[in-house]
Design a protein around this ligand. Structure first.
Ligand SMILES: Nc1ncnc2c1ncn2[C@@H]1O[C@H](COP(=O)(O)OP(=O)(O)OP(=O)(O)O)[C@@H](O)[C@H]1O
Ligand SMILES: [Mg+2]
Length: 1038
C-alpha cells in the first residue's frame, strides 16, 4: 500500500501513561505502605528503606487508581465523590483509547502496549474484569459505533486477530485447528513489513462479536497454559484489529492496523537477566521482553542524539511484530502499570525507568491510504474499452459474430470478478457470523449448565484465565483425568495428572471425590487418599498444580464474592499446611504480633510463589527420570553477616541427586530460569510421544544437571573483642546451617602475639583498647579441629574446607581441604598484622565477629583456593590488614601525599592531646595526694607516693586478670544466649509439645541467668578484692 507522501510524515513521540492500582489482598494483609504519590503529570516513588530517597518522573498521563474509589451497584469501580482523583476505566479510555481510535479512523497505525510486573494491572487496564471493561473492549465498542455513524461516507471492514507469543513461538488464539508444533511463522514482506503467516483474521461487525472472540482466545490461552504446563504471565498477548475504510466517492482506501499488546510480567526480564547461570539460553524466558527493552533503549538513545548503529528488532518475535510501533509508522501509547506496595519498590522503580526511556522514542506515523483497489479499477477500465469495441462492431454493421461473442464473454467474466471482489468481504462476514453463532450457542449452553449443576472451575495464576474452564458434575459418577475416551469422563491435562486421576460422584445432591490410588489430590490444603465429600467453595489441587474451585449446587450459592479464592489463596493454604504462614513472620521472639519487615515479607511471597514451581519441577524430574529432587530452603543471611544480624533471609532451592546424594544449591533466579528450560525439555519429550526418539540430552544442555560446586553449609561466629584487649581466647564455636541446624563444632583460638608470632603474656593485656591506636597489632587465628561434621556423617566420601575473611582482606582465605573425616584435625594457623591500628579496625574488633564459613566438598568438585592477589604480607609471613593505616605507614616512610600527611598531622595532634591528658591526670592525682596529706597531717608523704606509683602496674595486671576471667566466662554465657535465641517450638507442636518447650525454655533461661549472675559476682568479688588490697597496701585504712 502506497502511503500518502513523505511530506505527511511527522515525528510522534511515544506517549506514556502510568497507572497505580489498589493494594491487593496480600499487600493489605501484610500492612503494606504505598510508596507512590502523584501530582498532575508527575509521579514520585519513595525508597521504603530510605524514605529520603525519592525519585520523580514526568509522563504524558498519570492515573491514580489506588484509593478514593467505591464499587457502585453495577459493580463498577468509580470515584468516591464526583471529581475525585480516582481514575476509573472510563477516564483511562477517554485519554488513551479514544486517541488510539481517532488515529486509526484517520488512517494511522496505532499501538497500545501495557508494561508492568505481574499482577500490577496490565490486563485490568487492557482487557478489564467483569463490568470494569478495559481499553480493548471499549475501543471496539466505540469503533463499531463510529462505523455506524459514518456509514454514509465510507464503507468499513474490520478484521480481528488474537495471538500469543510464548517462548518465541506464535500461537494463533483464534485458530480452530490444533496448535502446530513450533508455532506460526513470522515473515517479512517489503511492503507489509513483518507479519504472521497464516494468522486467522476474523471479519467482525459488532462489539459483541469481538467480545466473544476474545473469550474464545482466552479459552485457547488457558488450555494452552495447562497443556504446556506453562504460565501465561510469561506470554505476550497481541490483538490486531485491522480497519479498512473505503471512500467510494473519493476512490480512496485507508487502512490501519491497531496493535493492542498485553505484555508478559516485566520481572521475568530482570530475574532471568541478572543472574549468572551456566545455561544462559534460559534468558529466552523472555527473549522478547529483553529485546523489547534493548530496542527501546536504542531508540531512546537515538532520540537523545547518541550514535546508534543497530536496533535489534530482528532479535525476537515480539520486536519484529512491533517494529512499526516503535520508531516506525505508528502512533504509539504505552501504559505502565505499578503496584503501590513497598515490597514492590524495586520492580516499580524499574518499570518507571523503562517507561522513562520509552517516552523518548520518536515515531514517524503516516496515513496509510491508497487509490481504491487497482484490480477493480483496471477491470472497470477494461470493461469500458470492451463496451466501446462492441458498440463500434455494431455500428460498423459487420457480421463479426465470433468476435462479439468473445468480447461479451470477457465482459461477463470481468463483471463477475468485480462482483466477486465486492461480495468476498460480505461472504467472509457471513461465515464469521455463522461461526460466531455456533460459539455463542456453546456459551449459552454453558451458562445454562452453570445454573443447574455443581462444577469445578480452573483457578490460574493469571487472574484473566481463571474460571475459563468449567467441568460440570452431573448426577452419577464421573472419572476425571487425562483419558477422554468415555462419555462419563471429564478430561483435564496438567503435570502429574493420571489417565484416571479421581472419581467424582454426584448422588442425592451430595458431591464427593475419590482419588485413584497413586494420584495426588489435595482438598483445602490437605492431601486426601480416601473419598471425601465436597462443600461449596472447596479448593482442589489435582496432580502437581492443577487448581480448581468447587462450586456447589445453585441452592448452596448465596451471591458471595468468589474472587477471594484466587491462586494466591490456594498457594497460601498449601504453605500453611506445611507450617509456613504469614502470622509466624508477624510475631517477634516474645510471640507478640508486630509489623513484619518488608524483606521478610518478600521472602514469604517468594516462598509462596516458588512452592508450586518446585512441586512441578519434582514431577518433571520424576517423569523424565532425572533422579533429582528439589526443595525450598530459607537461607538466613545472618550466616554471613559479621555482626550476626538476624533479619535478612533469602530463598534458595536445594537440589539433591537421589542416588549419589550429591547436592547443589540454586539461587531463586537460577531455579526460575532452569524451571523454564525444564518445561521446554519436558514439552519436547511429551510432544515426541512414546515411540519418539528420546536421545538423552547432553549434560551441558541439561537443565536438571550442573557441575558440582563447593556448598556453603553454614557459618560460625568468632567474636573478635578479645583481640582488642589483647586477651587470648580459646573457644568452641558452633557452625549453624541456614535453617538453624548444627553442622559442626569448631575448636578455635585467637592469640594476640608478637610480630614474630610469640604469644603475648598477661602483662600485655590492655584495659583500654584505645591504647592500641596507631600501634602495631599482631594476632593469630588458630583453627584446631572440626568436630561432628554432619555433612561427612551423611556421606563419607565428602570433605570440607573453612573459609574466612578478616576486616579489609579483599578475598576470603581457605583452609586446605579435609576429606572423609567427621572430626578432622586442622591445626591451621594464620597471622594478621595491623601496622598502625586505625579507629576503624578497633571498632571492627570490638563489635564484629570473624565469620567462619564451612564449605562442603563432594567427590568430583574442585576445592576452594585462597586467592593471594592484592594481599600484603610482612617479612614474618603475616597478612597485613587495616590497609589504610598500612598505606599511611608506608607513605609516612616515603614522605606521603597531602591527604595522608594531613591525616598524620591529625594523628599527631591526637597523640599530643592524649599525652597532655595523661599529664593532667597525673598532676591531678598528685594534687589530691597533697591535699590528703595536708588533711591528715601525715609526714613523709613522699615515700608513700613512691609506693603508690610502684603499685600501679601490678594493680593493673590484677585488673586485667580479672577482666580476662570475666571475659572467658562471658563467652560461655554468650553461647548460652545463642542457644536460647535459637530455641523455638517445633512447627507441629501441640499443647503438650508447647508445654515441654516452655519447661525446657525456662530451664535454659534459669541456667543462663545463673551463669550470668555468677560471672558478674565473680567480677565484683575480684574487683573488690583488688581494691581492698590496693587500699590496704596504700595504707589508707591503716
Ligand atoms: N486499577 C485497578 N483497580 C482495581 N483492581 C485492579 C486494578 N488493576 C489491577 N487490579 C486487580 O489486580 C489483579 C491483577 O491484575 P492483572 O491481572 O491486571 O495483572 P497483570 O499485570 O495483567 O498480571 P500478569 O502479568 O500476571 O498477567 C486483578 O485481580 C485485578 O482485578
Ligand atoms: Mg495479565
Amino acid at each position: 500500500m502506497r502511503v500518502r507522501g513523505i511530506e505527511m510524515a511527522s515525528k510522534d513521540c511515544v506517549k506514556v501513561a502510568v497507572r497505580v492500582r489498589p493494594f491487593n489482598k496480600r499487600e493489605r494483609d501484610a500492612g503494606s505502605r504505598c510508596v507512590i504519590s502523584m501530582t498532575s503529570n508527575n509521579i514520585s516513588i519513595q525508597d521504603p528503606r530510605n524514605p529520603q530517597n525519592s525519585r520523580t518522573f514526568t509522563f504524558n498521563y498519570t492515573y491514580w487508581s489506588h484509593s478514593g474509589f467505591t464499587r457502585n451497584k453495577d459493580g463498577l469501580f468509580v470515584p468516591e465523590e464526583a471529581g475525585g482523583r480516582y481514575a476509573d476505566q472510563t477516564s483511562v479510555f477517554l485519554d488513551l483509547g479514544q486517541g488510539i481510535l481517532d488515529n486509526a479512523l484517520q488512517g494511522y497505525n496505532a499501538t497500545l502496549l501495557a508494561y508492568g510486573q505481574t499482577g500490577s494491572g496490565k490486563s485490568y487496564s487492557m482487557v478489564g474484569y467483569g463490568p470494569n471493561k478495559g481499553l480493548i473492549p471499549t475501543l471496539c465498542e466505540r469503533l463499531f459505533q463510529s462505523i455506524r455513524n459514518m456509514q454514509d461516507s465510507r464503507q468499513c471492514q474490520v478484521f480481528f486477530s488474537m495471538l500469543e507469543i510464548y517462548n518465541e513461538q506464535v500461537v494463533d488464539l483464534l485458530s480452530k485447528s490444533n496448535r502446530s508444533t513450533g508455532g506460526l511463522r513470522v515473515r517479512e514482506d517489503q511492503q507489509r513489513g513483518f507479519y504472521v503467516e497464516g494468522l486467522r483474521r476474523v471479519p467482525c461487525d459488532s462489539a459483541v462479536q469481538v467480545e466473544q472472540l476474545m473469550e474464545q482466545g482466552t479459552r485457547t490461552r488457558t488450555t494452552a497454559a495447562t497443556h504446556m504446563n506453562a504460565n501465561s504471565s510469561r506470554s505476550h498477548m497481541l490483538i490486531i484489529v485491522q480497519l479498512k475504510q473505503i471512500f467510494s466517492k473519493e476512490c480512496v482506501t485507508k487502512q490501519s492496523n491497531i496493535y493492542l499488546v498485553d505484555l508478559a510480567g516485566s520481572e521475568r526480564q530482570r530475574s532471568s537477566g541478572s543472574e549468572a547461570d551456566r545455561l544462559k539460553e534460559g534468558t529466552a524466558i523472555n527473549l522478547s521482553l529483553t529485546t523489547l527493552g534493548n530496542v527501546i533503549s536504542a531508540l531512546a538513545d537515538m532520540a537523545l542524539g547518541k550514535k546508534v548503529v543497530h536496533i535489534p528488532y530482528r532479535d525476537s518475535v515480539l520486536t519484529k511484530l512491533l517494529q512499526s510501533a516503535l520508531g516506525g509508522n505508528s502512533r504509539t501509547v504505552m501504559i505502565a502499570t505499578l503496584s503501590p506496595a513497598d515490597i514492590c519498590y524495586e520492580e516499580s522503580l524499574s518499570t518507571l525507568r523503562y517507561a522513562e526511556r520509552a517516552k523518548r522514542i520518536q515515531n514517524k506515523a503516516v496515513v496509510n491510504e491508497s487509490p481504491t483497489e487497482r484490480l477493480v479499477k483496471e477491470l472497470k477500465a477494461e470493461n469500458a474499452k470492451l463496451l466501446m469495441r462492441l458498440s463500434r462492431l455494431g455500428q460498423e454493421g459487420r457480421k463479426a459474430d465470433d468476435e462479439t461473442k468473445e468480447l461479451r464473454r470477457l465482459l461477463t467474466h470481468n463483471e463477475l470478478q468485480i462482483r466477486a471482489i465486492q461480495t468476498l468481504w460480505e461472504q467472509h462476514l457471513q461465515e464469521a457470523l455463522k461461526d460466531w453463532e455456533t460459539q455463542y450457542a456453546t456459551i449459552t449452553q454453558e451458562r445454562r449448565m452453570m445454573q443447574m449443576h455443581p462444577y469445578i472451575m480452573n483457578i490460574n495464576e493469571d487472574a484473566q484465565l481463571s474460571g475459563v474452564v468449567k467441568l460440570f458434575i452431573q448426577e452419577g459418577e464421573w472419572d476425571i483425568g487425562l483419558a477422554d475416551n468415555s462419555p462419563r469422563a471429564l478430561s483435564i491435562r496438567g503435570l502429574g495428572i493420571q489417565e484416571k486421576h479421581a472419581v467424582f460422584s454426584n448422588q442425592q445432591r451430595r458431591v464427593s471425590i475419590t482419588p485413584v490410588s497413586g494420584s495426588k489430590v489435595i482438598v483445602n490444603g490437605v492431601s486426601v487418599s480416601k473419598r471425601i465429600e465436597l462443600q461449596h467453595l472447596d479448593r482442589l489441587v489435582l496432580g502437581s498444580n492443577s487448581t480448581y474451585l468447587f462450586i456447589g449446587f445453585p441452592s448452596e450459592r448465596s451471591g458471595e464474592d468468589w474472587s477471594r479464592y484466587d491462586y494466591d489463596y490456594f498457594q497460601s493454604e498449601l504453605a500453611e499446611a506445611e507450617g509456613f504462614h504469614i502470622q509466624s513472620l508477624c510475631e517477634d521472639q516474645g510471640h507478640r504480633p508486630h509489623q513484619p519487615d518488608p524483606s521478610l515479607l518478600a521472602v514469604f511471597y517468594d516462598y509462596i510463589k516458588l512452592m508450586p514451581m518446585v512441586t512441578e519441577a519434582n514431577q518433571m524430574s520424576k517423569e523424565l527420570k532425572k533422579g533429582v529432587e528439589f526443595k525450598l530452603e530459607i537461607k538466613n543471611l545472618a550466616m554471613s553477616d559479621s555482626k550476626g544480624h538476624d533479619l535478612e533471609k533469602d530463598i534458595a532451592v536445594r537440589v539433591t541427586s537421589v542416588e549419589s546424594k550429591q547436592v547443589w544449591m540454586w539461587s531463586k533466579a537460577k531455579f526460575v530460569n532452569r524451571k523454564f528450560l525444564m518445561e521446554e525439555v519436558y514439552q519436547q519429550q511429551v510432544e515426541g510421544g512414546e515411540g519418539a526418539d528420546r536421545a538423552p540430552l547432553p549434560r551441558d544442555r541439561d537443565p536438571f544437571w550442573d557441575p558440582l560446586e563447593p556448598l556453603h553449609l553454614g557459618s560460625a561466629h568468632l567474636w573478635l573483642q578479645s583481640v582488642a584487649f589483647r586477651i587470648p581466647l580459646e573457644e568452641q564455636v558452633e557452625v549453624v546451617g541456614p535453617e538453624g541446624t548444627e553442622e559442626a563444632i569448631l575448636q578455635t583460638q585467637l592469640v594476640p602475639c608478637s610480630p614474630m608470632g610469640l604469644p603475648l603474656g598477661e602483662d600485655d593485656i590492655l584495659i583500654d583498647p584505645s591504647e592500641l591506636l596507631g600501634k602495631r597489632l599482631d594476632f593469630q587465628l588458630v583453627l584446631d579441629q572440626c568436630c561432628g561434621l554432619r555433612w561427612v556423617k551423611e556421606a563419607r566420601n565428602r570433605g570440607v574446607q573453612i573459609g574466612f575473611r578478616v576486616f579489609d582482606c579483599p578475598q576470603p582465605l581457605y583452609t586446605p581441604a579435609m576429606w572423609h573425616n567427621v572430626n578432622p584435625l586442622m591445626d591451621h594457623r594464620v597471622q594478621f598484622t595491623a601496622l598502625r591500628t586505625s579507629q576503624e579496625l578497633l571498632s571492627y574488633l570490638q563489635s564484629n565477629a570473624l565469620v567462619l564459613e564451612l564449605w562442603g566438598l563432594q567427590e568430583g568438585c574442585s576445592e576452594l583456593v585462597s586467592c593471594m592477589d592484592g594481599l600484603k604480607i610482612t617479612q614474618e609471613d603475616s597478612i597485613i590488614i587495616d590497609k589504610i593505616s598500612a598505606s599511611e605507614h608506608s607513605t609516612a616512610e616515603n614522605g606521603g601525599s597531602d591527604l595522608s600527611s594531613s591525616l598524620r598531622a591529625l594523628h599527631q595532634d591526637l597523640e599530643q592531646l592524649r599525652n597532655v591528658n595523661a599529664a593532667l591526670r597525673k598532676e591531678n592525682s598528685t594534687l589530691r595526694e597533697q591535699l590528703n596529706s595536708a588533711r591528715n597531717g601525715v609526714e613523709n608523704n613522699r615515700g608513700r607516693q613512691e609506693r603508690r606509683s610502684s603499685l600501679r602496674p601490678s594493680c593493673d595486671a590484677e585488673f586485667a586478670k580479672a577482666l580476662k576471667v570475666f571475659y572467658h566466662s562471658m563467652t560461655s554465657v554468650r553461647g548460652q544466649l545463642q542457644r536460647l535465641r535459637r530455641h523455638k517450638p517445633s512447627e507441629e507442636a501441640d499443647l503438650l509439645g508447647f508445654r515441654l518447650f516452655v519447661d525446657e525454655h525456662t530451664y535454659l533461661l534459669k541456667d543462663f541467668s545463673e551463669q550470668l549472675e555468677q560471672c558478674v559476682t565473680t567480677l565484683k568479688q575480684d574487683v573488690a578484692a583488688i581494691v581492698r588490697r590496693k587500699r590496704e597496701k596504700s595504707g589508707i585504712w591503716s
